[in-house]
Unconditional design. Sequence first.
Length: 134
Amino acid sequence: AFFTQSMELSAMAALLPRIALGGMMIAGVLIICVPGHSANTDGYITGKEMFRELIVPAAILFGCGMLFRVLGFYICSFLIMALLGFYEEYLENGRLQRPTVCRSLLRALAVSGLLYVVFAVFLRLPTPEGILGF
């Protein structure tokens, strides 16, 4: 969705979104291809670990990607960061704790605000708008 929306922009306006998309694709391939950490002594990732560390985060990203046009760039960015923060906390402690949830929400809000300032205020690049108009 992100790439198809950058097709409608002029070459200069589409440059930064395409560079960001390319970087995300390279990072995604590296995350999948580089051997991960494993609790096993042999270093191989089990099916359960792969599900926890690869499939669930990918499902979160896919789910937010499906809502991208409805909710918009900034709200989806906030949701992705918050949900991945919650999930990381759950993996580490087996439950969610209030201070960590608040920290994840504040971090997601701060980064989403920074994205808004960079893309909308400084660069004046259009981003997909959602139901709230931003």
